[in-house]
Design a protein around this ligand. Structure first.
Ligand code: MN3
Length: 200
C-alpha cells in the first residue's frame, strides 16, 4: 500500500499570526512533503525489499546502505514531516506538566533547555533538523541531524519535538534569520503537549 500525505492537523492559515505563513505551509506541506512521499512510493514500487515494510522499517533498512541513500532520505523526510506538523500548534509555546518537570530536572531550567535547542539548531550546518529527545539513558537532551535523518535512525533516543531547519521551512517568513525562526518556534509555535505525549 502506498504512503500518503497526511492532512495538516490545522488550517493552512492557522499559524500565520504566530510566525508561519499560509504560503509557507502550502508549499512546505503540499509541495515539499508531497514530493518526499511521491519519491518514496516510486522507490517502493521498484524494490521488492521495501514492499510490505512500515515507514520506520524502511528507514532502518535503508540506513547506512549507500545504494539506498535516496530511499533513506525520502523515507526519513516523510517520517520527520509527519512528526513536524504535529510539533506545531496555534496555541503552542509553553511546556507544562510532566514535560516541564523533566526539562527542569534534566536541563536545569526551561531557559537552559531552549538555549541548548537553539545551539543545536544554529550549528546544524546546511539542511537538517533540531530535536528534543528522550535519550537512551532516560534523560532529555537536544541534538541535530542532517538532511533526512532523525534520532531514531541515529540511535540517539526517542524524538519528542523536532524542528525542520531546512531553508524551505523558514525562508519566506524569516529570510536568512534561522535563529529568529528557532526562537519563535520555542516561544510561540512549539506543541509541547505533543512532546509530552511522546514521553510515553
Ligand atoms: Mn521540510
Amino acid at each position: 500500500m502506498a504512503f500518503t500525505l497526511p492532512a495538516l492537523p490545522y488550517a493552512h492559515a492557522a499559524l500565520a499570526e504566530v510566525g508561519m505563513s499560509q504560503e509557507t505551509l502550502e508549499l512546505h506541506h503540499g509541495k515539499h512533503h508531497q514530493a518526499y512521499v511521491t519519491m518514496l512510493n516510486g522507490f517502493v514500487e521498484k524494490n521488492a525489499d521495501l514492499q510490505g515494510k512500515t515507514l520506520e522499517e524502511i528507514v532502518a533498512f535503508a540506513k547506512d546502505k549507500a545504494d539506498l541513500a535516496p530511499v533513506f532520505n525520502n523515507a526519513g523526510q516523510h517520517w520527520n514531516h509527519i512528526h513536524f506538523w504535529n510539533a506545531l500548534s496555534p496555541n503552542g509555546g509553553r511546556p507544562g506538566g510532566r514535560l516541564e518537570t523533566k526539562i527542569i530536572a534534566d536541563f536545569g531550567s526551561v531557559t537552559a533547555f531552549k538555549d541548548s535547542f537553539k545551539t543545536a539548531a544554529a550549528t546544524q550546518f546546511g539542511s537538517g533538523w533540531a530535536w528534543l529527545v528522550l535519550g537512551t539513558d532516560g534523560k532529555l537532551k537536544t541534538t541535530k541531524t542532517a538532511n533526512g535523518s532523525n534520532p531514531l535512525a541515529t540511535g540517539e533516543g526517542k524524538p519528542l519535538l523536532g524542528l525542520d531547519v531546512w531553508e524551505h521551512s523558514y525562508y519566506l517568513d524569516f529570510r536568512n534569520r534561522r535563529p529568529d525562526y528557532v526562537s519563535n518556534f520555542l516561544d510561540t509555535l512549539a506543541n509541547y503537549e505533543f512532546a509530552e505525549a511522546n514521553l510515553g
